[in-house]
Design a protein around this ligand. Structure first.
Ligand code: ADP
Ligand code: MG
Length: 599
């Protein structure tokens, strides 16, 4: 700082020369060949093109050419087309708030032309002859006549030939081609009525003929197998809003989020409203770090969304973001939960579960009292004699099992074996049961403590207690402030062993955990009774804490009847993970073993 000021001359402020301004602007729009392809294809779409051909050499480093059959450009307009801030798509400021086209900033061609050896050739609708214009490093040549079929071709050669620093950032041809392919995939999915072809070094890498069925497009781009596995989302909407799409059922997931694509008014977006709704819809339903495949097409009136908030328009701003979020989440939930046939089963049996001992005939489905079983082991599991045996509930596979080091259960299956985490599985089953109970309006069976349990609590915990009381009471807690610095627990759900109560209370008065409860018939009504929508996350937190404290402990040795009772109920679990997201089981096939033994 001091050295600058003590120098002889103060820094001088100058206006940048226009070609430098263009190069800087180009950095916003043109990052690599795929961004050039995106801009050029979008221009073609805006020109009403139906057929678009993309030709690349060296992954686009050497050549990018996009040819379309759109309305074309008249010769005297060509110079304007490559000028920055020149566009035919916006006329007045109001237009900016109801964008109907993919482009509107009038920057793309100017940017691309400033960093490549550029040529645009076009024959306008109704014209007899075409014309072309070359631009080299932002300097346009003359417009000259040329033969061209109706439509436009734009060519960018030697991208960044005049910006070595940016050229150095480009990857090899293969990697750049991969980027372009992904971009073209998105464009093809955004508009499945287009006929798109991508060629690289004379070879067709992608061909997407027009279709009016989005599922067909997914099959063209990814695979028929994927397309067929997806369940339909929507259609839903009203008042100018329309949502449709596809989502993977819960038994299918991926390691990456590459098959999560969202299209808004014909444009691929990567927006947080979509991502948030997706996360909320699949909350707790997939194992940790697994990602669903989801394709959503949403159309909203153009004046209800601002697409001018992000350089590449990947993010948008909705006028009614929370309505959009709710629509997306509800449609996704409905789709996932209606995929009933797919394992794991998504609807809970309405008959009493095997662990439910019918002590109160008036309360079908009541959770069991702990039958004085050993500490740490749910009494529910320790009473296999009361388990009604139905063939549907028999464990799959051969039925042989044992517990490994007092931890995992090893179970022989038809095609290999399975390792089950007994705590996680029991936790999941109890969690589902607690929610079903709650949704059906019945309280959990509660037990009064002989002496209230007095626990220290600070002001924020006491405030939270007040807020959370209705939900807690609905779940069988009787808990109240006790003086300024403590609270008293008078009653708690019976399924939790008394020794676990202090920790349970800490957890339910702690920081909210991520995640919320999945949908369940009747849940909304039940929640409305105890204080509305904010209860969703809290209910998840409390139900998960209850399930965790009531489940068999990890590390507890289990008897054979206990293991059998647990495995028998495995199919009832609504997801293959515990409420905190850990998997309940890992399956290993004989094929896999054979492979590893080199057989
Ligand atoms: P924008 O798309 O934001 O308007 P561009 O720089 O991408 O800005 O394009 C400038 C103008 O050139 C467009 O507004 C359009 O009128 C014209 N244009 C560009 N590409 C095509 C094309 N493929 N067919 C017809 N007109 C085009
Ligand atoms: Mg454009």
């Amino acid at each position: 700082m001091a050295t600058v000021l003590s120098g002889s001359a103060l820094p001088r402020i100058r206006e940048l020369p226009p070609d430098l301004v263009d190069k800087i602007a180009a950095g916003e729009v043109v990052e690599r060949p795929s961004s050039v392809v995106k801009e050029l294809v979008e221009n073609a779409v805006d020109a009403g093109a139906k057929r678009i051909a993309i030709v690349l050499e060296e992954g686009g480093r050497k050549l990018i050419r996009v040819t379309d059959d759109g309305h074309g450009i008249e010769p005297e307009q060509l110079l304007l087309a490559v000028k920055s801030h020149a566009t035919s798509k916006l006329k007045a400021a109001e237009d900016l708030f109801a964008i109907q086209t993919l482009g509107f900033r009038g920057e793309a061609l100017a940017s691309i032309a400033s960093v490549s050896q550029f040529r645009i050739a076009s024959c306008a609708r109704g014209a007899r002859d075409g014309a072309e214009l070359r631009v080299e490093g932002a300097v346009p040549a003359e417009v000259v006549p040329c033969g061209h079929p109706k439509g436009t071709s734009v060519e960018a050669r030697s991208l960044f030939f005049n910006v070595p620093a940016r050229r150095a950032f480009l990857k090899g041809a293969r990697a750049e081609l991969r980027h372009v392919e992904q971009e073209v995939e998105r464009l093809a999915l955004a508009r499945f009525d287009l006929d798109l072809v991508l060629e690289h070094e004379g070879r067709t890498v992608l061909r997407a003929p027009p279709t009016d069925e989005p599922r067909e497009r997914i099959a063209q781009i990814f695979s028929t197998e994927l397309a067929e596995s997806l369940v339909a989302v929507g259609p839903r909407g009203g008042r100018g809003v329309r949502l449709r799409g596809y989502a993977s059922p819960l038994d299918r997931s991926r390691n990456d989020a590459r098959q999560q694509l969202f299209f808004l008014n014909g444009r691929a977006v990567r927006d947080k409203v979509f991502l948030g709704a997706l996360r909320a819809a699949y909350a707790n339903l997939l194992p940790p770090r697994r990602q669903p495949s989801v394709f959503l097409w949403l159309d909203v009136p153009p004046d209800e969304v601002d697409v001018n908030v992000h350089p590449t328009k990947a993010e948008v701003r909705f006028l009614k973001a929370s309505d959009v979020f709710a629509l997306l989440q509800a449609a996704l939930r409905e789709a996932i939960l209606s995929a009933g046939a797919a394992p794991p089963p998504l609807t809970l049996p309405r008959t009493p579960l095997p662990v439910v001992s019918q002590q109160e005939p008036g309360a079908p489905g009541a959770l069991p009292p702990r039958s004085g079983g050993r500490e740490g082991v749910g009494g529910s599991l320790a009473a296999p004699a009361s388990v009604p045996d139905s063939p549907a509930m028999a464990p799959r596979g051969s039925g042989r099992f044992f517990q490994l080091h007092r931890r995992y259960i090893v179970e022989e299956t038809e095609r290999g074996f399975r390792l089950v985490d007994p705590h996680a599985l029991h936790e999941r089953l109890l969690y589902d049961q607690i929610l079903a109970r709650f949704a059906s309006g019945g309280p959990l069976e509660s037990q009064r403590l002989l002496f209230p349990l007095i626990l220290e609590a600070d002001r924020s915990e006491l405030a939270l207690l007040d807020e959370r009381k209705p939900v807690l009471e609905a779940l069988g807690f009787e808990i109240a402030g006790f003086g300024p610095t403590s609270l008293a627990l008078h009653a708690a759900p019976r399924l939790v062993p008394p020794s676990a109560l202090p920790e349970l209370v800490r957890e339910i008065l702690g920081e909210p955990r991520p995640g919320e409860v999945p949908d369940e018939p009747g849940l909304d009504q039940a929640m409305a009774r105890v204080g509305g929508t904010g209860a969703r996350r809290l209910l998840h937190q409390v139900a998960a804490a209850l399930a965790c404290k009531a489940a068999v402990k990890f590390g507890a040795s289990l008897s054979d009847p206990e293991i059998e009772a647990l495995l028998r109920r495995r199919d009832e679990a609504r997801a293959a993970c515990c409420p905190h997201g850990r998997p309940t089981a890992l399956a290993i096939t004989l094929d896999e073993l054979d492979r590893r033994f080199g057989r």
